[in-house]
Design a protein around this ligand. Structure first.
Ligand SMILES: Nc1ncnc2c1ncn2[C@@H]1O[C@H](COP(=O)(O)OP(=O)(O)OP(=O)(O)O)[C@@H](O)[C@H]1O
Ligand SMILES: [Mg+2]
Length: 250
């Protein structure tokens, strides 16, 4: 018997064509990219497009405050406030995991100003699971996982924490997107543990081609799916990231 994975449209114009329909439902996908490559844009766009279709999305911020994130995306033609007011877009502020000085921010802030000790993935997962169950969340985006992973100096511990975290995300039944920072270039690329352990990996590259910087996306892996493996150009338009699925970079 063949089990065909149901698909979840990504909301990124052109990307579903590379994926043959979208992300595999209920799986955990990693989006990897260098600074400014569009990881947060990707994450918010994924949730926003789901929200427009009536699916509740949860954005877990491990880096910037939710207000700052919303502000950064005001120039797109997205109405984040409207979907947030309807309860279709939720923000969970877990930025305290990274910060030493912590600011309590909003109803779903995880950390009060005096509780920086001992917080970790476990706390994030507990709150996340509660929100998923209580608010019928279907899409999760967690952005970025990198700073938290750096807390684990030892590779074995980091691997264990990652497995535990991805398993917990899968257990929610949501289709999850986790972003991770990429510090190396295309040719000199060191794979990170998260990439081996996630169900799928989408890489946002910034390449130098004929003296110009080019933005390009690649579906590096997507278990169980026959996907495009080429590097395809993308750009930021009025509606966010747009991929050109038939164009070549080189
Ligand atoms: N209208 C726009 N509004 C905001 N950003 C835009 C817009 N158009 C293009 N951009 C690009 O988006 C980039 C920011 O994208 P984003 O914040 O999603 O990247 P990131 O990969 O999350 O970065 P970081 O690693 O810093 O978190 C900007 O550097 C800019 O080049
Ligand atoms: Mg970002």
């Amino acid at each position: 018997m063949t089990i065909v994975l149901d698909r979840v449209p990504t909301g990124i114009k052109g990307l579903d064509e590379l994926l043959g329909g979208g992300f595999p439902e209920g799986k955990c996908i990693l989006v990897v990219g260098s600074p400014g490559s569009g990881k947060t844009t990707f994450a918010i766009q994924y949730l926003y497009s789901g929200a427009l279709q009536g699916e509740t999305g949860l954005y877990v911020t491990l880096d910037e405050y939710p207000d700052v994130i919303k502000q950064n995306f005001q120039s797109y033609n997205w109405d984040l406030d409207s979907v947030e007011k309807k309860g279709r877009l939720l923000f969970l502020d877990a930025s305290g995991l990274r910060r030493t000085r912590i600011k309590n921010n909003g109803p779903h802030a995880l950390f009060s100003s005096d509780s920086s000790e001992g917080v970790g993935f476990t706390e994030v997962l507990k709150t996340l699971t509660k929100l998923v169950e209580g608010e019928n969340v279907e899409r999760i985006a967690l952005d970025p996982i990198t700073s938290v992973m750096l807390r684990y100096g030892e590779e074995v511990k980091r691997r264990r924490a990652t497995v535990e975290f991805f398993d917990a995300l899968s257990d929610t039944g949501c289709t999850s997107l986790v972003t991770s920072e990429l510090k190396t270039s295309l040719l000199d690329r060191r794979f990170q543990i998260e990439e081996f352990l996630s169900h799928g990996v989408v890489v946002l590259h910034t390449l130098m081609h004929q003296g110009n910087f080019v933005r390009a996306v690649q579906v590096e892996k997507m278990r169980g799916i026959a996907h495009d493996t080429q590097i395809r150009p993308y750009q930021f338009g009025a509606a966010g990231i747009e991929v050109f699925p038939r164009d070549k970079v080189f």
